[in-house]
Design a protein around this ligand. Structure first.
Ligand SMILES: NC(=O)c1ccc[n+]([C@@H]2O[C@H](COP(=O)([O-])OP(=O)(O)OC[C@H]3O[C@@H](n4cnc5c(N)ncnc54)[C@H](OP(=O)(O)O)[C@@H]3O)[C@@H](O)[C@H]2O)c1
Length: 281
């Protein structure tokens, strides 16, 4: 029996992957911030006869405390982690700051993946062939890292924040492999394309209605979108880090995967986390 930890495991692709692994007899620890969808996932696991293999950790992953709660809970209940899947996201049309004083999208969709990935490394390495699956946007819409204003205090736009975290996640994969050169854990960056999920729910009108209408015609259903993702979790490439767009491999070249930029982001992120921790001491 394998153990999978899935952030954003109560909706969209995270939920689809969780139910897939529960159906085949694995153990799933889903993480999200809401109570209703968490309960619904556990009820579904019960219907599948998998109640004893399904767990739910309620944590706000936009906060550093929430990120550490997940690490603490997982290390308390599991000896090893075979798959760590990152799927938590929530689009923010307006800039918001978390309780740590960080921009929300950066904290939720990038920083939580940094903290939890590194934080669970020991447990991942105990598994025979663990995989970190970072579902994000490699090779997708353009965007850049605003090195001089990472928290996007000036000129915030929801899409700018979302695209910045995509680029941060590209570099996170490259940087992670560089920081753990002897690890057997594989890092996969995955862009699923347009998938029919709860993604459009936080959009303001009329974008929400437009996106939902487009999704009806053009988006891939979750059940279909998760097939290549589950395949890569079962059978990752030998390379320490790989990137895919809708199942097709992407070359790890160009600015998005630049090792020097990955190193810079790792340092900047570590410094930021130290600043967040300092006032608590
Ligand atoms: N859907 C697409 O077309 C698409 C395209 C490219 C990339 N992606 C990427 O694929 C991944 C999965 O996306 P999806 O569309 O399947 O997601 P989704 O259906 O929107 O579900 C998002 C999940 O994240 C959780 N979440 C939201 N805010 C949270 C918070 N503060 N703390 C903890 N959990 C939180 C949600 O539960 P709660 O609200 O209860 O917390 C939910 O379980 C994301 O990383 C996304 O960027 C998606």
């Amino acid at each position: 029996m394998r153990t999978y930890v899935i952030t954003g495991g109560t909706d969209g692709m995270g939920r689809g992957l969780g139910l897939h692994f529960l159906r085949r007899g694995d153990r799933v620890i889903a993480v999200a911030s809401g109570e209703t969808k968490g309960r619904a996932l556990l009820a579904e696991a019960d219907r599948l006869g998998a109640a004893d293999r399904a767990g739910y950790v309620r944590a706000d992953l936009s906060t550093v405390a929430g990120m550490h709660k997940v690490i603490d809970e997982v290390t308390r209940v599991a000896d090893a982690v075979d798959g760590l899947i990152f799927g938590a996201q929530r689009f923010r049309p307006e800039r918001e700051e978390t309780e740590d004083g960080l921009e929300f999208t950066f904290a939720l969709a990038y920083l939580s993946r940094f903290v939890i990935g590194h934080g669970l490394m020991e447990h991942l390495e105990r598994a025979e062939s663990a995989v970190i699956m970072n579902i994000a946007g490699p090779g997708g819409m353009p965007g850049r890292i605003h090195w001089d204003d990472l928290q996007l205090r000036d000129g915030y736009k929801g899409m700018r924040a979302a695209m910045q975290t995509s680029r941060c996640n590209d570099l996170l994969g490259v940087g992670f492999a560089a920081r753990h050169p002897d690890a057997r854990t594989r890092y996969v960056l995955y862009n699923p394309g347009f998938v029919a999920t709860a993604m459009a729910d936080p959009l303001p009108q009329p974008q929400r209605a437009i996106t939902k209408t487009l999704a009806r015609f053009f988006a891939t259903p979750v059940d279909k979108a998760i097939v290549p993702i589950a395949g890569l979790l079962d059978d990752p490439s030998a390379a320490a880090v790989t990137a895919f767009k809708r199942g097709r491999p992407l070359p790890l070249t160009g600015a998005d995967f630049d090792p020097a930029a990955a190193d810079r982001l790792h340092q900047v992120t570590t410094d930021l986390l130290a600043q967040v921790a300092a006032p608590r001491r």
